[in-house]
Ligand binder design. Structure first.
Ligand code: FRU
Length: 547
């Protein structure tokens, strides 16, 4: 009875006032925490302005449903301390003229509820990789380790599973594998939405640096006094500005060599380096990148770290990756706190991972035992918005520990799954499953095929003569959502391979040379799990992985 009354009241209270062919106002005065907004992904964005007591408290962009609902997203009404809100909605696109806005499905489907169901509905949601509970995710942000806890923030759209409304989502873990979803950490403000950045710890404080993306991109900071759960934005944001259109993704670290903080950020197709004594007053030191490495796209999400006495500059680039779209290149050299000097010839390009779905790689600040632990976003801007999931989009890669190795005249990054990954190795099994690790002892030339009964397959081949490892996903399952998806990725092996570790997790295949000389990360969307394995030129052992 009570429930029925509430539903009736809710329906009455959610009747919009139509003000023109693209403008409506909705007064929400129903009891309940969330306004559940119905989304239809192929529709144009509607711009929502949330007004409480005549004041604008939030703006967001949502693809409100026109004729059918793909899923709902929750607008938290209670956090403004009032149970009444006015939502002012402007529609864009053609549908408002071909079909009257008043008849859009969103009005019938919108509801107020005390709960929002995040139970997984997705077949392709990875079992042992980090994913957002719902909504869109891109780059890992602000990662740091403190008091036994790994903190991972990430680029999140809380109002849809496509890129929009950039916000820092937050998850924590004690072992880099089991992730706990935490409340949203940093939300858009009057300066702009919250793009990628980093965190450092200073005493008990956690200090976040991020790009505020408004009319221009500027760098801002926020301080957390509760270990990274909530942040107060600094009063004098932004702290770094420039007249450069692509100017973003600050990565900050303490440089013990000069007893100062350094900050590196992406500026067009270069990296800019700054220093500071107090984290607020930043001095421009130098630029790196002109004529070095790959310049097929914009440079993004840098990192700079000292590994075994050398300095490594990570440079994510999009497009321009070896197989199209996004990828992570890096430079090895020296850094004196002011200027990075690359030790290779300018034309030398080094890639950290030779798959197609490895981007925005950055490291955790303050990882224990001097480790360099990184995560990458497991997707590619060519099709990230189209991959066949709805409740959420994108996962992060397995955590990886970086080191160095030399081959010929050059020093390269070695990439290995972090030791924490070994802890989820379970029993040996006869057939591959949708969450398993395959260890392959290589004899000579090797070809490994993963297949399912639908005839979908992935082929991993090692050619010792050519010194290449390749993965063919052209017939891997669902590939038609983007022309750029079917492909063969090929890696140089820099010497001969003895053992491979292949990690399958529902929609991803990460291949590592056990010695760390090759990493290859690719998405796959088989209509049924690959349960058939055949190997020529090697011996495979399959382990169930479970968390
Ligand atoms: C990289 C990137 C960053 C930017 C963020 C926005 O994937 O384009 O440069 O800060 O995504 O979401």
């Amino acid at each position: 009875m009570v429930a029925a009354t509430l539903v009736a009241l809710g329906a009455a209270a959610l009747t919009p006032q139509m003000l023109s062919d693209n403008h409506a106002m909705l007064r929400v005065s129903v009891d309940g925490r969330y306004l559940l907004l119905p989304v239809q992904e192929k529709e144009e964005i509607a711009h929502l302005r949330v007004v409480v007591d005549n004041n604008l408290v939030q703006t967001l962009n949502v693809r409100l449903a026109v004729d059918k609902v793909d899923y709902f997203v929750p607008l938290d009404l209670k956090r403004y301390g009032s149970d009444k809100a006015l939502v002012d909605i402007t529609f864009h696109g053609d549908r408002r003229t071909t079909g009257a806005v008043k008849d859009f499905a969103c009005w019938r489907e919108m509801k107020v509820s005390d709960t929002f169901d995040t139970t997984n509905r997705e077949r392709f949601r990875p079992a042992y990789h980090h994913t957002p509970e719902y909504g869109w995710m891109n780059d890992p942000n602000g990662m740091f380790y403190k008091d036994g806890v790994w903190h991972l923030y990430y680029q999140l759209n809380p109002y849809g599973s496509m890129w929009e409304n950039m916000t820092w989502g937050h998850s924590t873990s004690r072992d880099l594998i089991h992730w706990q979803a935490e409340p949203i950490a940093i939300e858009p403000d009057a300066i702009g939405t919250i793009f990628s950045g980093s965190c450092v710890t200073r005493g008990d404080d956690v200090v976040a640096f991020y790009t505020t993306a408004g009319q221009n991109q500027t760098q801002s900071m926020a301080i957390s006094r509760d270990g990274g759960m909530t942040f107060d934005k600094y009063d004098n944001n932004p702290v770094i500005t420039a007249n450069i259109p692509d100017f973003r993704d600050p990565k900050v670290f303490w440089n013990a060599d000069i007893n100062r903080w350094n900050l590196i950020l992406a500026a067009g197709q270069e990296m800019h380096i700054y220093s500071s004594a107090d984290l607020t007053d930043w001095r421009f030191e130098s630029a790196f990148g002109k004529e070095y490495g790959n310049h097929g796209g914009v440079w993004e999400c840098p990192d700079l770290m000292k590994i075994d006495g050398k300095w490594v500059l990570l440079c994510n680039i999009n497009p321009g990756g070896p197989f199209g779209g996004s990828a992570t290149q890096y430079f090895v050299g020296n850094f004196d706190g002011h200027k990075f000097t690359c030790e290779s010839m300018p034309k030398v390009t080094k890639w950290m991972d030779y798959g197609k779905d490895h981007y925005a790689t950055v490291s955790f600040y303050n990882a224990p035992a001097g480790r360099h632990v990184v995560l990458a976003w497991m997707s590619n801007w060519q099709y990230a918005n189209q991959v066949p999931t709805k409740q959420f989009r994108s996962a992060n890669s397995l955590p990886r520990d970086l080191g160095l190795f030399t081959h010929g005249e050059e020093t390269y990054l070695s990439v290995k799954p972090s030791p924490e990954v070994d802890a989820i190795r379970g029993a040996k099994v006869k057939k591959p499953t949708e969450a398993c690790e395959i260890v392959v002892d290589i004899k000579s030339a090797m070809e490994l095929t993963l297949a399912n009964a639908a005839g979908e397959k992935v082929i991993l081949s090692y050619d010792p003569q050519a010194q290449t490892l390749s993965l063919d996903r052209t017939r891997s399952g669902q590939t038609a959502f983007s022309e750029a998806f079917p492909c063969v990725t090929v890696a140089p092996t820099h010497g001969s391979l003895k053992q491979l570790r292949v990690f399958i997790d529902r929609c991803s295949i990460e291949v590592f040379d056990a010695a760390g000389h090759v990493a290859m990360t690719n998405l796959v969307f088989p209509t049924a799990p690959y349960d058939n394995l055949s190997v020529k030129g090697g011996k495979a052992t399959i382990y169930q992985l479970s968390i």
